[in-house]
Design a protein around this ligand. Structure first.
Ligand code: GDP
Ligand code: MG
Length: 439
């Protein structure tokens, strides 16, 4: 998907603006990329339409190239397509929260039971699992063993009893024990069939669940759309859990769920271990799909290395164009601490690929920068204008740092350029797409 989209951006390189004509080719690439990623056709159609409307309807932001702006538009539409915000699990206000899991066989329902219990325990909730897969005795054993691993009680009543009856008794037991969250595992089939749906409906009636979560294997691809639609129509779901995102899925399922059902993906499973369950972040997923994940994680990492307040402070300064030499120093040091300059430079949008020689060059100029900034007075660091206006000051700094006046002038000019660049970059990436800075 990422490669297909890159081809779309490349067709906009060198264009002055976005027009109805010059987006035709890139839109075709985007459409193809989505279809190849197993997104279902109706979803692709609506998506492409939305992006085209945006692309020709929005004016260019100054300093942002058309291809960059296109990335941004596609990013935002992807985020929207996947539901925008993170959708939290809903908890019942009175009595236990009941989560009913549904889905085809082998998608990871039983595993999700344990993962969810593990996840919720960390949030300080007590949990109980109910073994509702009465078709395979092994399924009950599997859940019991998982329950022991997570240290949560498992309610089971064998296989000679209807799932709805198990649900009723299990819930009673959970109430008696004052459990916060009850998670019910159910049987899946290889295909959707009437018996499965009827059984689920009965269980749902019995439990009156807070959440009905459809567990979907991320590898499902195109069929995910039909699957989600049917389950939603038949039993009514409140959301989905996408599993096996660690495999080589093409991303189609993630993009279809919300659009076809109106229900969000709430959690994703990324592995077989208990801790491999996490909230679904539409913006991060979009970033990953666009291959802009690097840009996002660059900003995230940078702000991890700097302290959080520093990051917020920095963002404010960038926005108000008050970015000064202290910030410059702090940031370059943070970047240096992040290790490999190659990776960091590669992550900065617009910098493209770098050679080892360029990296050595960059590292050298970092050291020159540090020396020059250290030779500045506190006022000069906070007000770069002082240096811009006074050759005498620049001369003094040059002498104290052992660098040339030209090098000092260059650094001052660079700071002002950087103010402009960063402002543009922030403008381009705004809209909740940088979680680490915006929260
Ligand atoms: P169920 O039939 O829906 O209950 O599916 P299970 O919970 O028994 O899982 C079926 C298989 O998928 C098991 O081997 C799990 O270990 C595996 N599995 C479940 N979730 C994930 C996941 O997120 N990633 C990977 N790689 N495997 C998973
Ligand atoms: Mg199972």
């Amino acid at each position: 998907l990422t490669t297909g989209l890159e081809s779309a951006w490349s067709k906009l390189k060198g264009e002055e603006t976005l027009t109805k004509e010059n987006i035709v080719e890139p839109m075709r690439d985007i459409r193809r990329a989505l279809l190849e990623a197993d997104v279902s056709l109706p979803v692709v159609r609506r998506f492409v339409q939305a992006v085209s409307d945006q692309a020709v309807g929005t004016g260019l932001i100054r300093g942002v190239k058309p291809d960059q702006q296109m990335v941004k538009i596609v990013h935002d539409e992807l985020v929207k397509l996947m539901g925008g915000e993170v959708s939290e699990l809903v908890f019942s206000k009175s009595g236990p929260t009941v989560i009913l899991l549904a889905g085809l066989q082998g998608v990871g329902k039983t595993t999700v039971c344990a993962k969810l219990a593990y996840y919720l325990k960390k949030l300080g909730k007590s949990c109980m699992l109910i073994a509702g897969d009465v078709y395979r005795p092994a399924a009950i054993d599997q859940l019991v063993i998982l329950g022991q691993q997570v240290e949560v009680p498992v309610y089971s009543a064998g296989t000679d009893i209807k799932p709805a009856e198990i649900a009723r008794k299990g819930l009673q037991e959970a109430k008696r024990q004052n459990i916060d969250v009850v998670i019910m595992d159910t049987a899946g089939r290889l295909q959707i069939d009437k018996t499965m749906m009827d059984e689920l409906k009965e269980v749902k009636r019995e439990l009156n669940p807070t959440e009905v979560l459809l567990v979907v294997d991320a590898m499902t691809g195109q069929e995910a759309a039909a699957l989600v639609t049917t389950f939603n129509l038949e039993i009514g779901i409140t959301g989905a859990i996408l599993t096996k995102l660690d495999g080589d899925s093409r991303g189609g399922a993630a993009l279809s769920v919300k659009e076809v059902s109106g229900k969000p993906i709430k959690l994703v499973g990324r592995g077989e271990r208990l801790e491999d369950l996490e909230p679904f972040y539409p913006d991060r997923m979009a970033g990953r799909i666009l291959g802009m994940g690097d840009v996002l994680s660059f900003v995230e990492k940078a702000s991890e290395v700097m302290r959080q307040e520093d990051a917020e402070e920095l963002q404010k300064k960038i926005m108000s164009a008050k970015f000064d030499f202290n910030d410059f120093l702090k940031q370059t040091r943070a970047v240096a601490r992040m290790g490999s300059m190659t990776r960091v430079i590669g992550m900065i949008p617009g910098m493209g690929k770098v050679t080892p020689a360029q990296v050595r060059e960059a590292e050298k100029s970092l050291m020159v920068m540090e020396a020059i900034i250290e030779a500045m007075t506190p006022e000069e660091r906070e007000q770069p204008e002082l240096l811009a206006e006074s050759p005498t000051r620049r001369k003094r700094v040059a002498q104290d740092s052992g660098k040339t006046e030209q090098q000092v002038s260059q650094l001052v000019a660079q700071l002002f350029q950087m103010r402009v660049k960063m402002k543009n970059l922030m403008g381009m990436m705004q809209g909740g797409s940088i979680p680490a800075l915006s929260n």
